[in-house]
Design a protein around this ligand. Structure first.
Ligand SMILES: Nc1ncnc2c1ncn2[C@@H]1O[C@H](COP(=O)(O)OP(=O)(O)OP(=O)(O)O)[C@@H](O)[C@H]1O
Ligand SMILES: [Mg+2]
Length: 276
């Protein structure tokens, strides 16, 4: 189980994430929604260790990981989609995915120079890399250098690398952003398939409410850095705070109490809203 307690970060005088306490259970996909600038990506960065919290803690399976570096948190089981800058641009798609699979396992170097073991490892890693490329519909491009891929394919490779790591917690931040209409379903199918593994905890930041409605078991809403709603998708979507943020409905009576009270009241609207 992943848990944040009073997680907070201040940039100068601005509190981008404000005392967010939340638990995320295995077998659950939680959608994180809220207007632009609400603090969703910053919250992810605090969990994954890209940013250091001003206050509060992060625990994974009962162990405090707040003081760990981002790479130590990855080893502990937190899976944040790679930025493509972490890839080897001149290596092929297959080689990049195979390296990620290898990084997630004990490599042959741990067992000394046993040629049989190196060969069988290589075969198993390649097989796993092929399976993952199949899952993201990228088998046909396996020999292309990563740098040559169009944007949509690069996003698929980011997800492939995340799968290669086989983390306990999958964190997707707008995974289909910038993808064409016919590319996005590949990623959504993958997330749907991941959901079947009840040992995985999935966090999804997503603006498209139809996607959220279909995939989420639970929705939390961030607003001006604070957690203002948390509950069943249908109730949260119907709540004034979400209606106001996403559909431009009147903010009158907008209150987190309508969903699950986590804050005494809704802070004033600060973010720009985006139509789904
Ligand atoms: N490194 C930083 N330095 C200063 N301010 C920052 C930094 N990172 C984020 N912020 C500010 O924190 C707030 C939250 O930003 P964040 O990117 O987390 O929002 P978001 O909910 O992910 O928005 P979007 O839906 O547009 O992706 C914004 O006001 C942003 O300008
Ligand atoms: Mg963001």
């Amino acid at each position: 189980m992943l848990q944040t307690q009073d997680l907070t970060i201040r940039f100068g005088g601005h509190v981008a994430v404000n005392a967010v306490s939340c638990r995320f259970e295995p077998g659950t996909l939680t959608a994180i929604v809220g207007p632009n600038g609400a603090g969703k990506t910053t919250y992810f960065n605090l969990i994954s260790g890209q940013l250091k919290a001003s206050a509060g803690t992060v625990h994974l399976d009962g162990r405090e990981i707040s003081a760990m570096s981002a790479s130590a948190r990855t080893r502990a089981g937190l899976g944040r989609a790679f930025q493509l800058t972490n890839l080897f641009p001149n290596l092929s798609v297959l080689e990049n995915v195979r390296l990620a699979v290898q990084a997630s396992q004990d490599g042959p170097h741990r067992r000394g120079l046993n040629l049989w073991s190196i060969w069988s490892d290589h075969t198993a890693l390649t097989k796993r890399a092929h399976e993952i490329l199949e899952a993201v519909s990228m088998s046909e491009r396996q020999n292309a250098p990563v740098s040559s891929l169009p944007h949509g394919d690069q996003r698929k490779i980011e997800v492939a690398l995340l799968m290669a790591l086989d983390p306990l917690v999958y964190m997707f931040d707008e995974p289909t952003a910038g993808m064409s209409h016919d590319e996005a379903p590949v990623i959504l199918d993958l997330i749907r398939a991941l959901k079947k593994d009840k040992t995985k905890t999935i966090l999804l930041v997503e603006h498209k409410m139809d996607v959220v409605r279909e995939l989420a078991d639970r929705i939390i809403v961030l607003h001006n850095g604070a957690l203002v709603a948390d509950g069943e998708p249908a109730e949260v979507i119907a709540s004034p705070v979400v209606q106001e943020a996403y559909l431009g409905a009147s903010p009158q009576n907008a209150s987190a109490q309508d969903v699950a009270p986590t804050q005494p009241g809704l802070p004033p609207q600060g973010g720009r809203s985006e139509q789904p």
